[in-house]
Design a protein. Structure first.
Length: 320
């Protein structure tokens, strides 16, 4: 029987269990895939821990890439042998999977399957943050937290492609080097980053702050935003942010605070635009996707430990 990672009782990384599963034949509008790589994302830790509650048992993982092995009725545009990737299918830490055909995104020639598995969720996130939540303009100063992480490295590259000036934060010298290689104009640690943000902008503050860290950075991030700038909170790696008094936005200079999620920026037309630009960037060499670690499916707990321990750079993959 094929294996998959499940959570029967939410908790720490030890809650991830590798179990045998039944995988049914694809029904109408579905395709079956052999999973060649599954992406590990911070949202997976929220599902595992119960921060984002789901009914147990929980299939963990949203993202992957593989080969189509069977197609259900009424499926067009996919055939056996096609390479596809996806980023919205719960339970993607698995050897075999049945997914909606509408969620299967063809992987173009010139893009490795591992890269496709590593790109979509974080790439689409970076794209909608920069292109839609706050459309970055040439010479805009922006602050990217965790600039050597999976989303961070993509944010830096995409922001620079739009002509922005990028200040990144990191936690180690190794991560500083990676963020600079991605194109960051300046890279600092988390201590006193608000002061660095003001210095970077001549005291004005940032056009936008992209903060996926959350609790430990939020207050200083908000203080780093310029008048009528954007505080974009898109994650909570250090924990959820406590309730915010809206009056703080007034005092900061009529700033905008937003907590976006990809489902509100992923209409079929938007998804085609975003994934098309991302794949084009990979094929042209303009966009580099760093895979920071590959783990066997049985090593999902270790992958979560490393991710939450901030021991990693780039994207982690599980290889069934």
């Amino acid at each position: 029987m094929p294996k998959a990672v499940r959570v029967h009782q939410t908790g720490g990384p030890e809650a991830l269990e590798l179990v045998d599963v039944d995988v049914a034949a694809p029904g109408p509008g579905e395709v079956a895939v052999n999973v060649l790589a599954a992406g590990v994302n911070y949202i997976d830790t929220y599902h595992r821990s119960g921060l984002y509650p789901l009914s147990t048992p929980i299939g963990i993982g949203l993202e992957g890439a593989g080969i189509v092995t069977d197609v259900g009725q009424d499926v067009t545009g996919h055939k056996v042998g096609d390479r596809v990737a996806w980023y919205t299918v719960q339970g993607s830490y698995a050897e075999k999977l049945v997914i909606p055909a509408a969620s299967a995104i063809p992987v173009p020639d010139g893009v490795d399957t591992d890269i496709a598995a590593a790109l979509l969720l974080q790439g689409v996130t970076a794209h909608y943050l920069l292109a839609s939540v706050y459309p970055v303009q040439k010479d805009d100063p922006v602050l990217v937290h965790a600039a050597a992480g999976g989303v961070g490295l993509l944010l830096v590259q995409l922001a620079k492609a739009r002509g922005a000036r990028v200040l990144g934060t990191v936690s180690t010298p190794e991560k500083e080097q990676l963020a600079r290689e991605a194109g960051a104009d300046e890279v600092v640690g988390y201590e006193d980053f608000e002061k660095h943000a003001r210095d970077f902008t001549g005291g004005e503050g940032m056009a936008a702050v992209y903060d996926g860290v959350g609790k430990t950075t939020f207050d200083a991030s908000l203080a780093s935003v310029r008048r009528r700038g954007y505080m974009v909170l898109y994650g909570a790696a250090s924990g959820p942010v406590p309730p915010v008094d809206p009056q703080r936005l007034n005092q900061q200079g009529s700033v905008y605070l937003t907590r976006p999620t990809s489902r509100d920026f992923s209409s079929p037309e938007e998804l085609a635009w975003r994934t098309g630009e991302l794949f084009d960037g990979v094929r042209s060499g303009a966009l580099s996707v760093r895979i920071g670690g590959r783990y066997p499916l049985s090593g999902a707990s270790k992958a979560h430990e490393d991710l939450q321990g901030r021991k990693t750079t780039g994207k982690l993959l599980l290889i069934p």
